[in-house]
Design a protein. Structure first.
Length: 199
């Protein structure tokens, strides 16, 4: 019989590892070596709160009030379009984003962007609160063990992505590489926004 901790870990990891706005932001900050610990911490703590809420039964409440999801969807789509436009603008402007670059983003700005990318994305609620919450509650008495596994997967993923991205810093000394990354981020954000609106 599978351990609830292991099932929680694998379930959470497969959901979190999907390409999305939050992961693209963490990757970008990691490559720039800019406020990585703060970004990783915000992502992991957010997942902890959302997964805990799902196990505690908030997922059923969200499902019962679809207008909440609709409002979050519109807000999330607008934010993703804006963030995508900024990434497209960076992609069209060739510049090197070396870790030592002057004028790096302020910590508050980075944290607020990370929070917006996390909490304005309705898929985050569907994945963590509704889906993981439902899966956890199928384990009855083992639901909190499932939650421990799910949160552990989140921490492992974001620490690996944020701090592992530093290994790519040499590659991103070339302005063209940054333009390509920002171009991919722009397309991803716009596509995610479109999928939110269409759904």
């Amino acid at each position: 019989m599978n351990s609830p901790v292991l099932v929680g870990f694998l379930s959470s990891f497969t959901l979190i590892a999907a390409i999305g706005a939050q992961n693209a932001f963490v990757l970008r900050q990691g490559i720039r070596r800019e406020h990585v610990l703060a970004v990783v911490s915000v992502c992991a703590i957010s997942d902890l709160l959302l997964i805990t809420a799902g196990i505690a039964g908030v997922g059923a409440l969200v499902t019962a009030h679809p207008q909440t999801v609709a409002i979050a969807t519109l807000g999330g789509a607008a934010f993703l379009l804006g963030y995508g436009a900024l990434a497209a603008r960076r992609a069209l402007r060739p510049s090197t984003m070396a870790p030592s670059q002057d004028g790096s983003a302020q910590l508050l700005s980075v944290v607020l962007t990370c929070l917006a990318l996390t909490f304005l994305n309705p898929h985050v609620y569907l994945d963590t609160v509704v889906l993981l919450g439902t899966l956890a509650n199928q384990h009855a008495d083992g639901r909190w063990l499932f939650g421990i596994g799910a949160v552990t997967a989140s921490v492992v993923w974001f620490v690996s992505l944020g701090f592992g991205a530093r290994r790519l810093a040499g590659l991103f000394a070339n302005p063209l590489t940054w333009r390509i990354l920002d171009g991919v981020i722009a397309v991803t954000m716009v596509a995610l926004a479109a999928s939110l609106i269409l759904s």
